[in-house]
Design a protein around this ligand. Sequence first.
Ligand code: G3P
Length: 308
Amino acid sequence: MFPIHQTKSAAHARRIRMPETQSFPDKRLAHPAGRAPRIFADTAVIDDIEPLFRAGIITGVTTNPSLMKKAGATSWDEARDISRRILKLMEPYPVSLELTEVGQREMIAQAEQLGQWGDNAVIKVPVGGYIALSSQADPFTGLKVIRALWELDIRTNATLIFNSTQALWAAQAGATFVSPFLGRLADYAYQNDHPERPPGNSLYWIEDHKNTAGDQHLFNSEYVASGGPRKDIGIRLIQEIAVIFGNYDIHSEILAASIRNFAQITECLLAGADILTVPADILRQIPHHPLTEAGMKTFYSDSQVFTK
Ligand code: G3P
């Protein structure tokens, strides 16, 4: 578990400068959790989303092409129909829809199309990775698209973020939300790190020069999610972004994504995430605890004395 003493007040100082997440202007009784973090569902399955929304658990949804495929979409038309149903159900709460085009002009045109499906659509833009698809691509495509959409007053969610500088650049480009993938980062470090080197070494050690014996020397850039146990690397990424955004009063919301288990919900909150997007099967665990269940059984059985 991410140690609570490491969380300090950076997140708190930032949160009190952020806008309220829920306000009820007609109520005289102020809501006690007006600045509470928001929980989104990370799924495109409407049957998963609807009960969570009706129960007041979620106030947003995030999707991506893999989640659309998992929800059964086998064509653009089907993806559009699924997206429209989610947008309508969730209105006015945000629903992130990811661009599938990879050229700057086409992405902007597709963003405008997605925006026509619902006012609550947020355009999810991969922050990078364009070179992985074509060596000729402009590596800054995602950041340029985020900037262009900001100029058009279109909300964006910068996705596939794995270090805090990507998050900062996305925010500078004008991203409304930034989505660090904490679970994938931790999975990668666990599968690929050299166990005797610092956490994240498979991602951040750069083989850039040789030592006097002519061996490859590894240089740790140490600027990302460093300085703690390997198991906390994903959560430390969230914390780093929260501290950096706090330092510079950046209001892009930190949307913690790629959450793998229930404990990470608490950890993300301690680390200063503004929003958590969580798979439906994890969200369904919220009311459960073995002691809650045991207590409920006792209270219910004792209450039978009074109701007879
Ligand atoms: O919202 C991004 C998220 O869906 C990625 O999660 O589980 O595929 O790493 P995952």
